[in-house]
Design a protein around this ligand. Structure first.
Ligand SMILES: Cc1ncc(COP(=O)(O)O)c(C=O)c1O
Length: 402
């Protein structure tokens, strides 16, 4: 992947240094949910005439405005917000807040999960890293998938010791190839967290802002988390930002520590986030209807593709995972797709597709056609020229755009 030199991005397309056009089924991995190069968000950044920078100890009215908007979007309960520069920082703040609020130091997470690459985040993530990073936070226990009612016994055994500060997970686990937990599991985890005084931390860094067909993934299960971590699509990819939303009592426990982030919520990032949320306020319902429609269409098409007998297609909104049960084959498909003008990602044995939520039908169909044809190793896909014209079938002509 490293040799792909990106020079331009537009809607659901990106272009490399040779002018080659790629259909982008990754959206920067759940970042560019509204597509690239949107005039409305770019204008908000370009026309910004506020302060160059605001020190975290001062006040800045757009910070308050953005907190209000995020609080409302998240259901109104999580009224407090810590400003962060990205997802890892947002999760790290959540972990600290849970420790300080509960006076406990342990965490429970999903085995194999990813919550960012700072050292504390690694500690609650994938256990395989333990051998690679000596001294990694030892006090985190893991729940292994499948995430269904049968796992609640183990969750209870862990939480009932009343020494667990937080239970952290993604509501739809994008980092495990779009793993979709059972509703009974999610509701049970929340119930057990409440019973044993553990905070429920929902990491919406990847799932937030419409990816799962809801504004936030926790809505799918009717959850009321104590802490929600946001980043990636909060600015739709136009500037860096992270945020940790929580309830008043949890935020109060953090006050003594005085957490701040120098570049957390830079004025330009705030302008981008507010422009993004304005689009959601005006067009959010329509966007979510489109997500459901295109997601259902993709599921249907993927189910028809000859991936092999062990395949599981998992679709929630436009978080799409196709587990083909073979990591090497998944890599090969990814490479072939790229050679033929389609960008997808893989998680172990699963192909993951995270297109922009605003992808148009024609581009979605074209991307799926490339994917289908890349399942057969010898077939050369019929490439699309920049003018939308078709090359003869089987023509191995490089795709050069002006
Ligand atoms: C679920 C989840 N949490 C946290 C992070 C870390 O976010 P960032 O890369 O902005 O630090 C990621 C990044 O992929 C993520 O997917």
């Amino acid at each position: 992947m490293e040799d792909l030199v990106v020079t331009r991005a537009e809607g659901s397309l990106i272009f490399d240094a040779n002018g080659r056009r790629y259909i982008n089924f990754t959206a920067g991995w759940c970042v560019g949910n509204l597509g690239w190069r949107r005039k409305d968000i770019i204008a908000a950044i370009r026309d910004f005439d506020g302060p160059t920078y605001v020190h975290p100890y001062y006040r800045y009215q757009p910070w308050a405005e953005l907190v209000d908007r995020l609080t409302q979007l998240a259901g109104g309960r999580l009224t407090q917000c810590f400003r962060a520069a990205g997802g890892s920082e947002a999760v790290d703040i959540a972990l600290q807040a849970a420790i300080l609020h509960t006076g406990r130091s342990k965490f429970v997470a999903i085995e194999g999960s990813y919550h960012g690459n700072a050292i504390a985040n690694r500690g609650v993530g994938d256990s395989h890293l333990r051998g690679r990073i000596p001294g990694l936070r030892p006090s985190s226990a893991k729940i292994k998938p499948p995430l269904d009612a049968t796992r609640l016994e183990r969750v209870e055994a862990l939480l009932s010791r009343e020494d667990v500060a937080g239970f952290i997970m993604e509501p739809i686990i994008c980092n495990l190839g779009v793993l979709i937990p059972d509703r009974t599991f999610m509701r049970g985890v929340q119930r057990l967290c409440r019973r044993y005084g553990t905070l429920l931390i929902i990491d919406e860094v990847a799932t937030g802002f419409g990816r799962t067909g809801r504004m936030f993934g926790f809505e799918l299960f009717g959850l009321k988390p104590d802490i929600v971590c946001l980043a990636k699509a909060v600015t739709a990819g136009y500037a860096p930002m992270g945020a940790t939303l929580t309830i008043r009592a949890v935020a109060a426990a953090m006050q003594e520590l005085g957490v701040y982030s120098t570049y957390g919520w830079h004025p330009l990032s705030v302008a981008a986030a507010l422009a993004n949320l304005q689009i959601w306020a005006e067009q959010g319902d329509e966007i979510l209807v489109d997500v459901a429609t295109i997601g259902a269409f993709m599921r249907e098409r993927l189910l028809q593709m000859p991936f092999g007998p062990q395949t599981e297609v998992r679709v929630q909104g436009l978080a799409v995972g196709v587990d083909i049960g073979d990591a090497e084959y998944a890599e090969r498909i990814q490479t072939r797709c790229r050679e033929n003008g389609l960008l997808i990602t893989t998680e172990d044995t699963t192909l993951t597709l995270f297109p922009a939520l605003t992808i148009d039908d024609v581009t979605a169909v074209e991307g799926l056609r490339i994917l289908a044809q890349c399942l057969q190793p010898t077939v050369r896909v019929n490439p699309v020229r920049c003018d939308g014209g078709r090359m003869p079938v089987g023509a191995a002509v490089p795709l050069i755009c002006p």
